[in-house]
Design a protein. Sequence first.
Length: 144
Amino acid sequence: MAWRKQMKKLTAYVFFWLVTSAASADVVVVVSRDSAVEKLNRNQIAEIFLGKLNQLSDGTLVVPVDLAEDSSERKEFYMKLLGKSPAQMRAYWSKIIFTGRGLPPREIASGQMMKKKVAGNPSFVGYLSKEMRDSSVKTVMVVE
């Protein structure tokens, strides 16, 4: 009898995992099509969004731009890139701000606004769901 309960729980967990996995959108890191940046690696993107890198080795300035904290793309971006939840990122930035070592990325309310802001500024680095991309931005990394 106990094994049936455990099997039901396991089945429910697997079902939940499948549903949430299917619902998550692939997130891509984007820059303006006018940007000199063609590709960024995982480490560079992590450093950019942690406020540790604001200029690439070739001198290109990079400015991180976040989606709203409650967006599913932001949650997925930070979980996949850094393994951190929104609450953990808030704590990280609170510490950085308190010690005077930096400021968090600018926040943009929606994917449409993110795309418009990134497209209009070659220094901005942002992220979107894969479906939001168009010719105004170029993908420099798929977040996996």
